[in-house]
Design a protein around this ligand. Structure first.
Ligand SMILES: C[S@@+](CC[C@H](N)C(=O)[O-])C[C@H]1O[C@@H](n2cnc3c(N)ncnc32)[C@H](O)[C@@H]1O
Length: 283
């Protein structure tokens, strides 16, 4: 019965969402998430989707991204590394509600002038329609209520011009047992608690499709990936839901407030391109 329905975040809270947690505990928890992203499928799933989206990119163009619920900015770093390797130019706003995450994300992105970290709430995003080329989020949606998810997907669909990439965990028994065992090995008390709870709060592909339908999202593609993950991606403005299963075997700004206009911050904090930064370092 536990796995038939998604656990309500109100009755199954995650410690990582508690603003009273000490900074060091948050850092430990996000280091664990980085490990999971890097070694257990998260990064690979994102890069595969980026490769798809980048097929029509023209050389010399700069693409803008918003990553919501960024944590340690691990996904922005993944995008930036991938873009550098491919010779693409990107500017990324990494947004999180928690001050501790923003502080840690700024530390983690010191060598990435193309990433700007902004503190803000997904429910108060001031970004205008089509403000970013791409909106991205990973292991964030399960932090929201059902109603909050639909509202958030609608906002993503509105502010993304070219694509939306939503990644999260699959709710299944194997994933739960795996998370319980694996996260218990971590020295992070938060991760040991939140890992299995995250799985209980996560989704099946069918549920994800239903949220998309409720939000008016057209033609989402849901792919299942190694590490009990899925990615739901779509191009805004493009009616039927498709689902494919490709289970793969590989597998500072100063403190800104929610009043900050995300796209303005994108302009000001990530104006420097990689080349400009490299030139600066040379001089
Ligand atoms: C599991 S972490 C995401 C980790 C990150 N995306 C990654 O893959 O490394 C979820 C994040 O969502 C943030 N968050 C929770 N509620 C939020 C909200 N309403 N607006 C923005 N961020 C929020 C939390 O502070 C936390 O950092």
């Amino acid at each position: 019965m536990l796995f038939l329905h998604r656990a309500d975040p109100a009755t199954h809270p995650e410690l990582i969402d508690d603003p009273a947690q000490p900074y060091e505990a948050m850092v430990e928890a996000h280091r664990m998430i980085q490990f999971v992203n890097r070694r257990l499928g998260g990064r690979q799933a994102l890069v595969r989707t980026l490769e798809e989206f980048a097929r029509d990119w023209r050389p010399g163009e700069t693409r803008t991204f918003l990553d919501v619920g960024t944590g340690s900015a691990d996904l922005p770093v993944t995008v930036a590394d991938w873009a550098r390797e491919r010779g693409h130019r990107v500017r990324i706003v990494a947004l999180d509600l928690a001050w501790a995450c923003c502080r840690f994300a700024r530390e983690e992105t010191r060598a990435y002038p193309e990433i700007g970290v902004v503190r803000g709430d997904v429910y108060r995003l001031p970004a205008r329609e089509g403000a970013f080329d791409y909106v991205l989020t990973g292991m964030f949606l399960h932090h929201l209520s059902d109603e909050g998810i639909v509202r958030t997907l609608r906002v993503f669909d509105r502010i993304a011009r070219r694509g939306v990439i939503v990644g999260d965990l699959l709710r299944r028994v194997r994933a739960y047992l795996w998370a319980k065992f694996f996260c218990a090995l971590s020295k992070s008390r938060l991760a040991a608690h939140d890992g299995p709870v995250s799985v209980l709060r996560s989704f099946t592909p069918e549920e994800m499709r239903a949220y998309c339908e409720a939000a008016g999202v057209r033609e989402p593609t849901i792919t299942v990936h190694f590490g009990h993950r899925f990615i739901c991606a779509w191009q805004p403005g493009t009616d039927t839901t498709t689902e494919t299963t490709t289970e793969t075997k590989t597998e500072t700004t100063t403190e800104t407030t929610t009043e900050t206009t995300a796209e303005t911050t994108a302009e000001t904090t990530t104006r420097k391109t990689t080349e400009e930064a490299t030139a600066e370092r040379r001089t």
